[in-house]
Design a protein. Sequence first.
Length: 368
Amino acid sequence: MPFYASLLDSMNQTERRRATARLLDLRAQLSAEIPEKDTDNTVLLATWNIREFDSGSYGQRLPETLLYIAEIVNRFDLIAIQEVRGDLRALKQLLRVLGGSWSYLFSDVTEGRPGNDERMCFVYDSRKIRFGGLAGELVLPAIEVRENGRTVRKPVEQVARTPFMAGFKAGWTDFVLATVHILYGTPEAIDPKRLREIREVAALLGMRARSRSGWSRNLILLGDFNIFSRSDATLTAMTDEGFLIPERLQTIPGSNVKKDKFYDQIAFNARTGFFDLADPAHPENSAGVFDFFETVFTEDDQPTYRSYMGDAYERNSEGNPRPDTGVGSKQSYYRTYWRTYQMSDHLPMWTKLRIDYTDDYLTSRRDE
């Protein structure tokens, strides 16, 4: 459970009352939309791109924001987080709020402008999830070409933000998570650079999943793929390499704030049955996206945070006053920018996996 005191004590009375009221509302929403965690039977797995965590764009995250993020993360057993930045203070503060049973693994910063000073991270509840020993960044192999009558190996262009993979154990199950933040490229639905990154990462990971020397046969590819539509070639680039996106994950809303884009995905290349519905009688309890803006930093909260947004809320970059509504307005600044740099412009995507195979094992032994 999250430990709120240190951050609540840093707030004035008005902020503290607001934060505690919002936390109660957020907890109620989480309880209504996400299944309760259990001890032995299932794992709640999530992926969340937390926008520039933490860069200071549009002002530093407020203490109450870190409490809301911690409350959401706490509802899962294991979560892949993208856009963790070079400065780890916000991530470390998140772990302090989550408490001593939580652990994390994170990659080094990807250098260069396309890398955007980003890390990939796994945060997990060690009471349920155990690190399996495997961890590494994914490097695309060199290719062989013929030059002057001989075969030479040449390096290939790497993924702009290096994928990160790690092995975990839970219950009867072991699995490898590989998390990505694929290059956005251009606003077109199918950007060739984005398509190339997804295709090459999926091909390499598919080969790893089929290898007898792999750490686990169960491989989960998840993160921010910047996929616009479920019909895009960017999505079939994964499925062509043997990854399956279960039906329950294909029927949920998009993971952007407007819920009309499918940037975030969770795909499986695993043994039969690994991604079965954890609760077949209630498929709605097996996957979803969580819209925190229904409870915190709502559109009606705009006046509440006026003083926190500073002069940029009142005036645009040219120094002209912002209108109240419309393009370039105060409303747009709060809704589209400031609050998404507090929470995120992505919603957490989650799924529930079965990890207790006791009955399956005993049945197989009985029938020997």
